[in-house]
Design a protein around this ligand. Structure first.
Ligand SMILES: [Zn+2]
Length: 76
């Protein structure tokens, strides 16, 4: 069963899926991401997911708190 969508991890904004009836994770005006704890963290080998709204992501990027890695090709 699909879990309720999480709020933005920074501003706590309520988020929605683009297609709530589907199992797709596309977030409307936001991104979902996964974090994996590595050796050195007390969360080593544990995986988490969170959502960041586009406004907070843009602010974090502009403030040097998030690094751009790459843009993926559209898959058809
Ligand atoms: Zn936000």
């Amino acid at each position: 069963m699909r879990q309720p969508i999480l709020p933005c991890i920074v501003c706590n904004r309520k988020m929605d899926y683009l297609w709530p009836e589907e199992e797709l994770t596309n977030v409307d005006d936001g991104v979902d991401f996964y974090m994996t704890g590595c050796y050195g963290s007390k969360f080593d080998l544990q995986e988490f997911t969170a959502i960041l709204c586009d406004t907070c992501l843009e602010t974090a990027y502009n403030n040097g708190k998030v690094r751009f890695v790459k843009e993926h090709d559209i898959l058809f």
